[in-house]
Design a protein around this ligand. Sequence first.
Ligand code: SAM
Length: 282
Amino acid sequence: MNDRECIEFLQLALPKMEMRWVGFRKVRKQVCKRINRRINELTLSNSSAYMRYLDACPEEWAQLDQMCRITISRFYRDRGLFGHLENDELPEIARKAIGRGEKELSCWSIGCASGEEAYTVLLIWEKRLKPRFPNLEIKVIASDSDPNMIRRGEAGCYGPGSMKDLPEELMEAGFDRSGEQLCIKDRFKNKIKFLNQDIREAMPDGPFHLILCRNLVFTYFNERLQQRILKGIRERLTPGGILVTGIHETLPAGSNDLFLSEAPHIGIYRSYLRPWVNDDAH
Ligand SMILES: C[S@@+](CC[C@H](N)C(=O)[O-])C[C@H]1O[C@@H](n2cnc3c(N)ncnc32)[C@H](O)[C@@H]1O
């Protein structure tokens, strides 16, 4: 299957999985490679034969869905964002939580890959903000549908490539060397709970003060699915809580009713202060 055939295949297949081609355009090479491998494994002749196979064996769609997972991540990905979280959003959330008599900040990283983004928030809190808010703990939940990613996150060991944006001081404070790898210290590891969960099927109970949903839902999923998941996210945010999307992502139509655009150029949205009212209940 050449590039053109793969594009045609993806343009046909992705919408059937509530995904959208535009999100995959730049990363299609790795998806096409996996599909090619699968076509060979099944000893099929080409992508049309694979489409017929999908029609005949509906359980194959789950395989294709897995082949469409893009798992790229790294620590402190998008420096501007994490700087802003550290200097503005997290201190404000913390002050308000303390004002309400709360003892813990809760955070959820959706599509967490191997935990890079979840550990980044944790390290920023523990090393840079905790000294200012010593009585406030942080709890981080990190969920991903790929069990291999979850296992890697729980193991907490990474190659230097995924650390290239992480400030030296946080790296020194957070990791121990183990051969070529850097492994997160146990006292940080214990503060993250990893969940092998598909965001389309399940979400952890909230409420969360901060939810990171970056480079997954608002890139790869179609608008209807984005809206459904956004509603679930909104229901799990504390009033005034923060949603962080990827810096190149935009929220679907209708989101203005749910979120204030706090700093949309770096993907920061604030839920309205009034509690969420579930329209379906009326
Ligand atoms: C591109 S990575 C983003 C990682 C991180 N959020 C970041 O921005 O650096 C997308 C992650 O979403 C996960 N993923 C894909 N489909 C998912 C789904 N339906 N539910 C939960 N996670 C999913 C993938 O396994 C992958 O680890």
